[in-house]
Design a protein around this ligand. Structure first.
Ligand SMILES: *[C@@H]1O[C@H](CO)[C@@H](O)[C@H](O)[C@H]1NC(C)=O
Ligand SMILES: *[C@@H]1O[C@H](CO)[C@@H](O)[C@H](O)[C@H]1NC(C)=O
Ligand SMILES: *[C@@H]1O[C@H](CO)[C@@H](O)[C@H](O)[C@H]1NC(C)=O
Ligand SMILES: *[C@@H]1O[C@H](CO)[C@@H](O)[C@H](O)[C@H]1NC(C)=O
Ligand SMILES: *[C@@H]1O[C@H](CO)[C@@H](O)[C@H](O)[C@H]1NC(C)=O
Ligand SMILES: *[C@@H]1O[C@H](CO)[C@@H](O)[C@H](O)[C@H]1NC(C)=O
Length: 844
């Protein structure tokens, strides 16, 4: 008893004496000092300040994360004047400066700020070390702060850039090496001239350019996207020009550094695996390299060689150019004529170097064009910011430098001045006159076609036949005017306006396009324009004269089932309007051709991204969650909220299309069925659908209901989460398909392991678990157990909704032996299961 007591006393004593060594204080006053074995800790235990040795046997005073085991130093005081011996002291010196003193008592580093009366130095939870007067009332008023003297790290809320009032510049500079914090060769520094942008320097030479801030991100960083809790800020006014990032959720830890070998790196701390995850870095590729392609050269990583001259320009030094040295750039083919010049539109561009550009925030793009046209020295113009549909005006009056082109969705439009003659050859890139020209060409083509048609008709011998054809044609024409339907009494489609509800029948028009228009738009259904193959035909990309991109689904002529499905799809989708359903813009019925014209989806189908190793990382968790919720809402609309009850019957990843923002749209209604409002289920002899997505009762007994769609939805959810196909899924145990695998993980309490390994760890675990649970509930064996879509939407959107525990999933047919890739002419495979013919329609 006594012994225990003694022991306890001893322990307490020990602890107390230990405490005095590592002062757990966050501040020092003029009378206190910090020695080698002591540290300051910020009030919330986030950062720690003390002496450290980075591995070069020198001692530095620095700040690091308190709770991150592998010491990550974010700031160093005496980086260029290290102590050779660990016995240093940190304190407030004679004039109120903070100083680092070596063992001999001489000052090796000083903050050099103005005089202080009664100073106190404090380490804040932001990682900022500040000096202020003890009795200062304004807590934000610092005599000195370490955030003004960054080393190689930019922390949240730390500004990179200029205080224009004081002429003070803050920038980050690399360490010499990972073991040596002294000033290295690389720095990341904001240039506030013209339209501000940030340059990465190697000593005196720029090596990379962020591009200017376009309102959302840097023009040269298309992948820069605020994620949950991480926001990017750019301030540009008469007092300051600065970039910073901020973190809304304290559990997120992120830092941006310029590393010793000249790369910018953003790291995010992953608590669960205790590692710094490299979230982003730059320069990334050849096109990031500063002025890679010289003046008027455009860099495109998809091309080889990467450099090309823009239209109207030719390589300046052809010899060097052919040896793939593009740095001399390009020169104009035709010199400018000033007022008569035109503008070439370049899409998805990283804006050229803007330090000499001129910004007018008030002008519209049209006024910008006028201003640029009037001033003969203006070489290009663009929108100043791209948010809210674009605003303001930037103009260049020098050579255009350091441009690159990004894939669809990155960059912005740039308009480059060219001599009018360079643009008069019916340029493919639109500028007002170019498309007029195109319209004319099409006009003539159509004229010729009509003429030929007339001639043909003259030679048609059978009068009756002639009359019949003629009648058909006139009807189609009249139809377009009378807004009525040709075959399907109430088909109603509109192309231009945005809407979210169903249309009122009375004010509808039916864009019925003729075959020639579509043939022209798709370049005669060329192979290059082929997007893929659907259940009943091929899909092509096209462009209408009005510059609208379209997707054309051309039903194959020899597909016996075509007509019915076509009618079905048109009838259905024309009346459905929902943000998560693909929009039908028009159709074409001419002789034996049947075509559907849809809005074009930039990102094609979900499966082309989700199951593609290179692309799947585009789908981060917030996007995947958005896709899941979007499909759920679209399906809910089909099942419940539209005028009819519609069963899609072929929901699968290849039937989900993604727009430029990765919003999902359900497509392919070729097999959908309309139910009466109170009809619950139906039976079909012809089971159509896709293996891996079919519910057991449908595949086995041909029974379909909203619940069979729910089943397919569940499969889709699990695929989106895991990035793996249900069909063709291999796991250690060959018999297990994705559903079985998900079920096994869920039962073992390891649900989170289902997530696609290509996803960074930035996901909300609760959101993810909810999705997995919903997915499993939807694929339950018994249709009665599965939730309806309205319940699904509720469960997905509410954190508090109570959810039942899922039961064993129903995953009927194992792997399908008749898997094959199909072509346009040979698109269907049949096999027999329980005497029900299963038509395979998995073309894409
Ligand atoms: C630092 O140097 C002083 C004087 O040279 C010496 O007395 C002291 O032991 C050294 N301290 C350490 C930790 O090496
Ligand atoms: C403080 O001033 C001294 C003397 O002018 C100078 O050597 C030192 O580099 C300055 N320190 C800082 C951190 O600017
Ligand atoms: C912060 O993030 C964590 C994990 O990502 C999450 O659990 C928590 O709810 C978030 N807090 C806020 C206020 O958003
Ligand atoms: C700097 O960053 C690049 C890109 O992430 C990386 O490849 C390189 O190894 C880093 N260098 C150092 C010294 O960490
Ligand atoms: C520019 O001129 C060069 C020859 O001078 C020619 O090869 C090139 O095709 C021209 N480019 C354009 C876009 O007219
Ligand atoms: C034309 O642009 C240049 C460069 O931006 C500018 O210096 C000049 O004043 C402008 N000229 C006119 C007439 O606006």
């Amino acid at each position: 008893m006594r012994d225990t007591f003694k022991l306890r006393c001893f322990t307490i004593l020990c602890l107390t004496s230990f405490r005095t060594i590592a002062i757990s204080l966050d501040s020092l006053t003029a009378t206190q000092s910090l020695t080698n074995d002591q540290t300051l800790v910020s009030p919330g235990q986030v950062f720690e300040l003390g002496f450290f040795d980075p591995g070069n046997s020198r001692w530095y005073l620095g700040i690091w994360y308190k709770n991150i085991p592998d010491k990550t130093v974010v700031w160093v005081a005496n980086k260029d004047s290290p102590l050779s011996n660990s016995s240093g002291t940190f304190k407030i010196g004679d004039h109120g400066n903070i100083v680092v003193v070596d063992q001999a008592g001489s000052i090796s580093w000083s903050s050099n700020q103005t005089q202080a009366v009664n100073p106190v130095v404090q380490l804040l939870d932001s990682g900022n070390l500040v000096v202020r007067e003890t009795n200062e009332n304004d807590p934000e008023k610092y005599l000195w702060q370490s955030f003004d003297y960054p080393t190689d790290t930019l922390l949240a809320d730390m500004k990179l850039g200029w205080d224009l009032d004081t002429g003070f510049d803050r920038y980050i500079t690399s360490w010499k090496s990972t073991e040596d914090p002294s000033t290295g060769d690389y720095s990341f520094k904001l240039d506030f001239r013209g339209f501000a942008e940030i340059f990465l320097w190697n000593k005196q030479t720029p090596i990379y350019r962020s591009g200017p801030w376009n309102g959302i991100r840097f023009s040269g960083v298309p992948e820069m996207e605020p994620l949950n809790g991480l926001n990017f800020n750019f301030v540009m006014d008469q007092h300051e020009v600065s970039y910073s990032f901020s973190i809304a959720n304290a559990s997120l830890i992120s830092r941006l550094i310029v590393n010793a070998t000249g790369n910018l790196q953003r790291f995010i701390w992953i608590e669960s695996s205790q590692v710094w995850n490299l979230y982003w870095y730059a320069p990334k590729d050849q096109c990031d390299s500063y002025r890679e392609c010289g003046p008027y050269g455009i860099c495109d990583t998809d091309l080889s060689p990467v450099c090309s001259c823009m239209k109207g320009f030719a390589p300046k030094n052809l010899q060097a150019w052919n040896l793939r040295d593009g740095s001399d750039g390009c020169v104009r083919n035709t010199s400018l004529g000033c007022e008569s010049d035109k503008f070439l539109q370049l899409k998805n561009m990283k804006l050229p170097e803007t330090t000499t550009a001129f910004v007018d925030k008030t002008l519209s793009l049209k006024e910008c064009k006028e201003m640029c046209l009037k001033n003969c020295s203006c070489t290009a113009y663009a929108s100043y910011q791209i948010n809210n549909g674009g605003q303001g005006c930037v103009t260049w009056s020098s050579e255009l430098m350091d441009m690159r082109v990004y894939p669809e969705g990155g960059g912005q439009d740039l308009y480059v001045r060219l001599a009018a003659s360079e643009l008069d050859d019916g340029g493919s890139v639109s500028s007002g006159s170019g498309s007029d020209k195109l319209i004319m060409v099409i006009g003539i083509t159509v004229g010729i076609v009509v003429l030929l048609l007339g001639l043909t008709i003259c030679f048609v011998w059978k009068r009756n036949e002639l009359q019949r054809i003629w009648k058909g044609k006139t009807e189609q024409k009249g139809l377009r005017e009378r807004s009525q339907d040709l075959l399907l009494n109430e088909v109603v489609i509109s192309s231009k306006k945005e809407y979210s509800g169903e249309r009122n029948m009375d004010d509808l028009e039916l864009p019925l396009l003729d075959f020639d228009t579509i043939a022209t738009a798709t370049d005669n259904f060329s192979d290059e324009n082929k997007l893929g193959q659907g259940g009943f035909g091929c899909v092509y990309k096209g462009r209408l004269v009005e510059d609208q991109d379209i997707a054309v689904k051309r039903l194959s002529k020899n597909s016996g089932q075509g007509t019915e499905e076509f009618m079905n799809e048109v009838r259905l989708i024309a009346r459905l309007q929902h943000i998560n359903l693909v929009r039908l813009l028009g159709c074409c019925i001419e002789m034996d051709e049947k075509m559907l014209i849809y809005e074009y989806m930039e990102n094609k189908s979900l499966d082309s991204i989700l199951f593609n190793k290179e692309k799947c990382s585009l789908l981060n968790w917030p996007r995947r969650f958005n896709i899941i919720c979007g499909i759920a809402r679209g399906l809910l609309y089909l099942h419940q909220d539209s005028r009819f009850r519609i069963i899609h019957r072929d929901l699968k990843a290849s039937n989900i299309l993604l727009d430029a923002e990765m919003n999902p749209k359900i497509s392919d209604f070729g097999m959908a069925r309309i139910f009466g409002r109170d009809q619950v289920e139906a039976n079909t002899r012809r089971v159509v659908g896709t293996y891996g997505y079919m519910s057991p009762e449908y595949a086995m007994d041909g029974l379909f209901s909203v619940k069979s769609d729910v089943f397919s939805f569940g499969v889709l959810v699990l695929e989106v989460i895991s990035g793996k196909k249900n069909r063709g899924f291999y796991y250690a145990n060959n018999e297990l398909n994705l559903l079985g695998h998900a079920w096994k993980l869920w039962r073992g309490g390891n649900g989170l392991e289902l997530i696609d390994s290509s996803l960074d760890d930035l996901y909300s675990a609760s959101e993810l678990m909810r999705c997995i649970q919903v997915g499993l509930l939807c694929v339950q064996e018994r249709a009665e157990d599965r939730p309806t879509m309205s319940t699904v939407v509720l469960m997905l959107s509410s954190e508090t909704a109570t959810m039942p525990q899922p039961k064993q999933p129903g995953f009927c047919l194992g792997r399908n032996p008749a898997e094959s890739s199909s072509s346009c002419s040979k698109q269907e495979e049949s096999c027999t299961v329980n005497n029900v013919t299963v038509t395979m329609l998995d073309g894409r």
